[in-house]
Design a protein around this ligand. Sequence first.
Ligand code: SF4
Ligand code: SF4
Length: 330
Amino acid sequence: MIQKDIDSLLQKIKKEYQVFAPIRKKGASFIEKIENGKTVDYSGAIPFDSWKFLFFPTQEILLNENFKEPKVNYPKICAWGMNVLDLKALGLLDLVFEDDPYYQKRRQNTLAVGLSAGAPSRENFEDFKIFSLNLEENVLEHVPFDIFLEKMKDGKFLIYSGSQKGQRILEKNKIRDYENIQFAGLIQEEGPDKRMLELQQKMKKSFNNKVWDELDKICLACGKCSIVCPTCFCYDISDEVLAKNEVKRLRKWGNCFYPEFTEIAGGFDFTDTVKKKIHFWYEHKFVRIPKEYKVPGCVSCMRCFKVCPVAINIIEVLKKLDKSSPARKK
Ligand code: SF4
Ligand code: SF4
């Protein structure tokens, strides 16, 4: 298929769905609701912000004043142009919120359209090897999507369907030249990622490593890394008085860098230093998430590095940890 066919498919999907897609602005890509398909960025660049706000809003009402689930008409949303790393992150959110009715209702009304535009450069590839490979050979079998667009070097597209919903849309729009991919779960056939398991061992009991003391001195605990991270899913629940004295139960994004995150009754805080906060963030991604879900808690998108005001690079942190781990020194 050529670009014109892809534009036409997008226009048809737009009649049914609100479409969000990466838009190129001032040298970077941002996810926005689009009115015009011509503005979509098909370069395959990772957008500055993550897609998670479409599936897991920054704030939502869980219970209304009668302590009943509010009646919400979840809009039909199309996430158009999600790269493979973001689909991996979506796969993790699907696991985390498997039994969450709010997430599930929103998710059912979402159409996830993936996009790839060539393999990453060799240099990046070597870096990514540390904890998450970008494009494994059969990666499309291990990420959730409805439709996937693979942009080839000659500008043409290969089309894949990854669900019945995606297949229905392709058929409805008389697109016959596509391949069906059966989702086989997030974990590869050979089992959990070995690099993830190695890293998990190195991270465990690493709290006394000087890496965390160095980060303690430079990290500002601003929490930007967690906001843009597609796999950060922690949240706070609170009962708040809104307009007309109505009390509602709200769920809002949590952030392990914020003071209230681990504060308990009496004012005690389990992560009362920057060192504890940043260690906690890494430990969640590389120890606790792999333990619970058998997949890495990081998809190596590097958004956290791009937004960090003091340029803390997660890959460099992991390399330092790797070099100074007791296992490595032997
Ligand atoms: S963005 Fe950088 S400075 Fe801010 S909390 Fe994250 S690592 Fe620390
Ligand atoms: S590279 Fe950073 S922003 Fe991307 S998934 Fe990993 S921790 Fe999150």
